[in-house]
Design a protein around this ligand. Structure first.
Ligand SMILES: [Zn+2]
Length: 173
């Protein structure tokens, strides 16, 4: 029995999953430009955006931000394992990540870097920013109070904030 025949016989055993190679025509379609215009790609692309959100998972920018050229950021859906080398994963939502145009160009089809989970959630970043801003405002109020206590003049804006703090009103706004 030849090696090929032995292999085919082994594959026919129950419980053995046969991997059917992708037909060449299908492979060429997937690695070509027409694929990106297809309904099947647009559908899975939408699923990836729903799953990850419309912001770059590498640098955190969204459409409201500016790209490296100063234009509004373009959001792209990228194949972690490139479709050129892994056509069978081209429509697998588990192989997709959201990147901005600049980060996608920087990645290239030879690169398999998975950026998922490497960037904190945008809402989390915003919450951290608000926390930090609150902390800074409390320090500024403490500084204003210390300066005033020593008879050192403070700006009108700082005075207003100090008065709000003394009345127990929120500092922001
Ligand atoms: Zn980016």
């Amino acid at each position: 029995m030849t090696k090929t025949k032995r292999l085919l016989k082994a594959l026919q055993q129950p419980g053995v999953v046969t991997i059917v190679p992708m037909p060449e025509q299908r492979r060429l379609f997937i690695i070509g430009d027409e694929f990106l215009k297809s309904f099947e790609w647009k559908e899975v692309r939408g699923k990836a955006l729903d799953r990850h959100g419309s912001f770059c998972m590498r640098c955190g920018r969204c459409r409201m931000d500016k790209d490296d050229a100063g234009e509004p950021v373009k959001i792209t859906v990228d194949h972690v394992k490139p479709r050129r080398h892994f056509p069978e994963l081209a429509l697998d939502v588990g192989n997709l990540q959201v990147l901005c145009g600049d980060c996608n160009i920087a990645k290239g089809s030879w690169d398999h870097t998975d950026w998922r989970g490497k960037f904190v959630d945008r809402d989390e970043v915003h919450a951290l920013f608000l926390d930090m801003r609150g902390e800074i405002e409390r320090l500024q109020v403490a500084l204003s109070a210390a300066l005033e206590g020593r008879g050192i003049p403070i700006s009108k804006k700082r005075k207003a904030k100090l008065e709000r703090a003394q009345l127990g009103l929120p500092l922001a706004g």
